[in-house]
Design a binder for this molecule. Structure first.
Ligand code: SAM
Length: 273
């Protein structure tokens, strides 16, 4: 690697500028991500099963119709979809990770669950059916850029049935108390990012005026150019969410603070009335 090629990545990026690599769909990294989704000792790519059970029970209480149709955007390996299907709902999961969708399909077939899985990018997904509930869980909405959100929220609104519910979760302001902005590095012979020896330089940035945090990881190996992974995440409150969603036509926008035992996370629900 030519060390000079690193220079352009060392300043704070303009907000929502992408890196040059994608983590979720990388065939190597996605195998490690599947382990992270399923690992019960850390909340990494998915939350622990207790939180997932609590969330599914809470959402089930919000939808009164026992035959409701449900769409999970960014369903990962199907930890939520499976639980909803076991309760008798009609469930569809969309995710662009081949590894996750393959695992989710295997689990559904093993457990005799009739779940529709679609390996697609939800930003370009053709929403053909109508749903009673659409949700995005584990801060998946707040990671999107403002341009991406606009496309998706319009599609979600049009895809909900009358009185349909949209739910997502996001960090709140107290998350900032737990966040550090130190520079960090990790060396490994073979690990999460690649099976070759690598050095990973990590740094977080705060875009205060937009309430957005960026976690950036630059992965350096002997034989390739730097790979830059960027993860933006917006923290928000009910006022931010209401101001954003009301113009799309949503109403009855509510914040829910105790769905799971994490004081940094709020859930938001809203209806298409
Ligand atoms: C943090 S994980 C959460 C997975 C799942 N919601 C859960 O909590 O178990 C984010 C998921 O969203 C998926 N994802 C991210 N961007 C996506 C996109 N544009 N289209 C489809 N899936 C996406 C990733 O592949 C990953 O499975």
């Amino acid at each position: 690697m030519n060390i000079k090629n690193l220079e352009k990545y060392l300043n704070k990026p303009i907000i929502y500028t992408n890196g040059n690599a994608q983590m979720w769909t990388d065939p190597y990294i996605s195998k490690h991500l599947l382990d992270a989704h399923l690992n019960q000792s850390v909340d990494a790519a998915s939350r622990n099963f207790r939180d997932i059970d609590q969330t599914v029970d809470w959402l089930s209480n919000m939808i009164k119709n026992p035959n409701a149709s449900i769409l999970d955007l960014g369903c990962g390996p199907g930890l939520y979809t499976q639980r909803f299907a076991k309760k008798g709902y009609q469930v569809t999961g969309v995710d662009f990770s081949e590894t996750s969708i393959q695992y989710a399909k295997e689990q559904a077939s093993k457990n005799n669950l009739n779940i529709i899985y679609n390996q697609s990018n939800y930003l370009s997904y053709e929403f053909n059916e109508k749903y009673d509930l659409i949700y995005m869980i584990y801060c998946d909405f707040a990671v999107l850029s403002f341009a991406e959100r606009k496309i998706l929220v319009n599609n979600i609104f049009n895809t909900l049935k009358p009185n349909g519910l949209f739910v997502f979760d996001a960090y709140n302001e107290s998350f900032l108390k737990t966040k550090t902005f130190d520079k960090d590095f990790e060396y490994d012979e073979s690990g999460f990012w690649t099976d070759k020896p690598y050095l990973c330089l990590s740094q977080s940035y705060h875009y205060k005026e937009h309430k957005v945090i960026l976690d950036q990881h630059i992965v350096l190996t002997d034989d390739s150019e730097p790979k830059v992974y960027r993860f933006y995440n917006q923290y928000m409150n009910l006022k931010d969410v209401s101001q954003y969603f009301l113009p799309f036509g949503f109403s009855n926008i509510k914040v829910h603070e105790n769905v799971i035992e994490d004081e940094n996370i709020n859930f938001y629900s809203m209806r298409k009335i």
